[in-house]
Design a binder for this molecule. Structure first.
Ligand code: SF4
Ligand code: SF4
Length: 315
C-alpha cells in the first residue's frame, strides 16, 4: 500500500490521538545542528554531574539515523501525566507528579507498540523503533523541532494549550512524512521558574546545572547528598516540580485519564512520620511498579533522612 507522505502523516496524527497522546509532531531524521554546541557546552561544564551516561553516544544523540538505520522521520509525541490531585499540597514529603503511578516507560512503550501495529496494518511494512526516555535521544529537541512546544527557561518543553506535565516519546521510522514547524517561544519576560528554584539550579536561560538540581540529588545521585542542598529541599524526597508548578502555562494542564498513573492509596495516606519509619517491605509494596524503584529503598531512605536533618523540614 503506497500512500502519499501527507496521507501517512495525517493517519499517524489521527492514530496518536486515538491512542491518548496529547500532541504529535513530525521532523525529518537529520543531524541536530543547532543542539550540538549547547549540548557539548553543557557536558563541558559538567552540568550532568554523576549522570555520566549523558556523555555516551554523543553522535547517536544528535543524529537518529545513527540509532535507527535508514530512518527518515522522527515522530514526537507527548502523553499527559498531570494528576487530578496534587499530593505535594498535602503538607507531606513530596514526590514528583510523574512518579505517582506505575512506571511510564513500560506503559507508554506498550501504547506505542500497539499504535505501530495498527499503522503497519494500514500503511504496510514500516521499519521503526519506539522510545520513551529509553535511548540516547535528545527527546526535547525533537519535540521542539516538530512544533510540540518551546523550551522554557526552566528547560522543560512547554505547550501553550497543555503546559509541561507530560512525557515525551518518539517513533523513529523509515517513512517519508510531512515535517512540522517549530513553534514560537512564549516565556517573554517571565522568570518565575528561575526565581522559584530553591537551589539556583537554573544557571542561565534554559540551562540547568544538573548537579544543583533537587531532581538530580534525589534520583540520579548515588552517593551522599551534598551539604549545599541542606535546608533547600522543600520536602521533596523524589524529584522536584517547583519550576513547573510555578510556570503560568501549567494553569492550562488538565488531569490525565490514564488509570495506571493514578497514585495508590498508601502513597496518598502516609504521613511524614510514616515516611521516616519506612521499611523495605512497605517500600516494595508502594513502589513495586513505580519509577521510584529506581532509587531503590536505600536511595529513598537516604533522601528522607536528609530531609529529616534539614532545617526546613517540619518533622
Ligand atoms: S527541578 Fe527543582 S531544583 Fe531542579 S531546576 Fe527545577 S526548581 Fe530547581
Ligand atoms: S515560569 Fe515563566 S520563564 Fe519559566 S518556563 Fe514558565 S513561562 Fe518560561
Amino acid at each position: 500500500m503506497l500512500q502519499s507522505p501527507e496521507f501517512n502523516s495525517n493517519l499517524i496524527k489521527a492514530k496518536a490521538k486515538k491512542f491518548g497522546f496529547q500532541n504529535c509532531g513530525i521532523s525529518r531524521a537529520d543531524f541536530l545542528e543547532e543542539d550540538a554546541r549547547p549540548f557539548e557546552s553543557w557536558l563541558k561544564h559538567n552540568y550532568q554531574g554523576e549522570m555520566s551516561y549523558m556523555e555516551n553516544y554523543f553522535d547517536k544523540r544528535l543524529d537518529p539515523r545513527r540509532l535507527v538505520e535508514g530512518s527518515k522521520s522522527v515522530i514526537s509525541l507527548s502523553y499527559n501525566y498531570f494528576p487530578e490531585k496534587n499530593l505535594a499540597n498535602l503538607g507531606n514529603l513530596k514526590i514528583s507528579k510523574y512518579a505517582y503511578g506505575e512506571d511510564y516507560h513500560e506503559i507508554i512503550k506498550e501504547i506505542l507498540r500497539e499504535m505501530v501495529a495498527e499503522l503497519k496494518d494500514e500503511i504496510g511494512d514500516i521499519e521503526c523503533r519506539v522510545f520513551t526516555d529509553s535511548a540516547p535521544i535528545l527527546e526535547r529537541s525533537w519535540a521542539r523541532k516538530s512544533g510540540i512546544g518551546w523550551v522554557g527557561k526552566n528547560a522543560n518543553l512547554i505547550t501553550k494549550q497543555t503546559g509541561s506535565f507530560y512525557f515525551l516519546a518518539e517513533i523513529i521510522c523509515d517513512l517519508e512524512l510531512v515535517e512540522d514547524y517549530e513553534t514560537t517561544d512564549h516565556c517573554g519576560s517571565c522568570r518565575k521558574c528561575i526565581d522559584a528554584c530553591p537551589t539556583d539550579a537554573i544557571v542561565a536561560d534554559r540551562v540547568i546545572d544538573g548537579s544543583k538540581c533537587i531532581s538530580y540529588a534525589t534520583i540520579e545521585l548515588k552517593n551522599e547528598i551534598p551539604a549545599h542542598f541542606k535546608g533547600k529541599m522543600e520536602d521533596w524526597m523524589f524529584g522536584c516540580d517547583i519550576c513547573q508548578d510555578v510556570c503560568p502555562w501549567n494553569r492550562f494542564s488538565k488531569p490525565h485519564q490514564q488509570e495506571k498513573f493514578k497514585p495508590n492509596s498508601l502513597l496518598q495516606n502516609l504521613e511524614k512520620s510514616d515516611w521516616q519509619e519506612l521499611s523495605q517491605e512497605l517500600f516494595s509494596e508502594i513502589f513495586r511498579k513505580s519509577p521510584v524503584k529506581r532509587t531503590k529503598f536505600a536511595g529513598l531512605k537516604r533522601n528522607i533522612e536528609f530531609l529529616t536533618d534539614s532545617k526546613t523540614s517540619n518533622f
